[in-house]
Ligand binder design. Sequence first.
Ligand code: AGP
Length: 615
Amino acid sequence: MCGIVGYIGMRDAKEVLLEGLARLEYRGYDSAGVAFLDNENNLYVEKQVGKISVLRNAVFRRFHNKCFSLGIGHTRWATHGGVTQENAHPHVSASGRIALVHNGIIENYMALKQYLVKEGYHFVSETDTEVLVHLIEDFYKREGNRNLQSAVMEALKLVEGTYGIAVISVDEPYKIVAARNGSPLVIGIGEKEMFVASDVNALLAYTRHVIYLEDKELVVLKSERYKAYDLDYQRIDKEVVKVEWDINAIELGKHETYMEKEIFEQPEAIRNALRGRVVIEEGMVKFGGLNMTEEEIRRISRIVITACGTSWHAALIGKYLIERFGEIPVEVDYASEFRYRNPILKEGDLVIVISQSGETADTLEALREAKRKGVRVLGLTNVVGSTIARESDGGIYLHAGPEIGVASTKAFTNQVVSLILFAIYLGRLKNMSLYEGQRLLKELSLVPEKIQQILEQQDTIKKIAEKYHEAKNFLYLGRGVNYPVALEGALKLKEISYIHAEGYPAAEMKHGPIALIDEFMPVVFIAPRDALYEKVVSNIHEVKARHGKVIAILSDKDDHVLRYVDDALYIPQTMEEFSPLLTVVPLQMMAYHIARIKGLDVDKPRNLAKSVTVE
Ligand code: AGP
């Protein structure tokens, strides 16, 4: 949801900003812009509608003979105001002396705008952000254009809403002022150079030493040092953290897209999630960051899992697993709904929030609601140091490595792995035998190799994608632990190929969706050999009887239904509870190839952003 980046130092800021924006492009990609200061204190702004490549061309055309040591940049995902050059950031103050980039939403912008219009400020965009730059200028002028830090602080005291901002002024050309409230912001510390960005991906090419700003914190960056403050001018000591990921983790390598790379990284990502946590001899799982004693864990009487999108699908699988292995009742809620009810939480409850990015606004607010109600929160996140990771009482990192493609793939499988591990851990603290723990963990450790075998079916999957890529609708059906996989398969197809797709529990088909079946409707059945297999096979017959086209995900060597289905993809045999880790992979690949055949940008599908930091 918008990405911001800023740089001050000896490098050419053009390169740093455009490289950083390209790394942040997954956060928003409808328009982008940069602002630079040169040695004579001139401010230059360039904004373009479209992708970062459009901006890059414009910047290098216009400034090919200029070098800047300071600048800020932005990639936009429109909220207030359409996709136009005027609405793109940076926004510039009336005097033309201050420039600002913003990620977030200013909720009281109407009231602030009315005040500013009365004061004579003229607005050129339809954005909420523009009020910020005028408001800062309003305070700046009062201080004789000498103290940008205090102008930003005073302006922010009047603001309601969320922001991650970076501000520069021609009157103080050697500094960037940045602040956050609700939108992530990380400061990169280099040798005589400083960076600011919405996430570490933008900085990794230059430094792995970072500080994470907390809400209502502000930082003043100069090339040689940084100083952090709260909004009451009090200095804050920030811990410098070394980021685990390096630049290689965010390079495409031999792959054409990030989504493809991330699908293929799943075996390795799962190995990373298991490493150091599985103790086969003890049939036990070890976690580093739960921050709960075994006694506290044993006292959990109910678990509520809350998340959005793909992470919510993982949560549905988590319910199945925790009830099965951990013998604890589980409820699953959309994070966006959770806090707008009166969720009844009581002693003995544990809330689990799941989020790849750790920044999703709905999930973060659900976490805060649970904490307000005095309930302990466990966060499952992929991004180390993300807001959800920091605000949770305890956590399990997914260890999937950076996920750049907007469509979540490896983070989903690692969410499921983490939930499996947690469920086994709960089980072992209760009634699960040593033998059963060992059996499950041994089987789990075989999953990466089995995914590898599915990845090798790429050519068959491509052929199926060729055959169906013109379909207008798809139905995805599964049962039990594979019902959420049906939802996930449908979501993957929708978000990257723009084909309408529905996921349903297979048995529900006869209660309505069966009316949709005709010869033009491909129906994807997730039908591994499990306890519900025969029932799903009956549903396959029901579809064929109505001339629907059936694509089935079957267990290896299952030729029993082969003559009833139009196309089949096979997964190696595994335990029923682990089967989502396998069944989801051909669905990711099919969605991927359909979108590629249609010539679509799978990494940056229209209207979407990787981390949704607005409610
Ligand atoms: C996944 O493919 C989607 N793009 C989206 O549903 C995503 O899972 C959702 O926005 C939640 O994101 P999070 O896991 O970062 O919180």
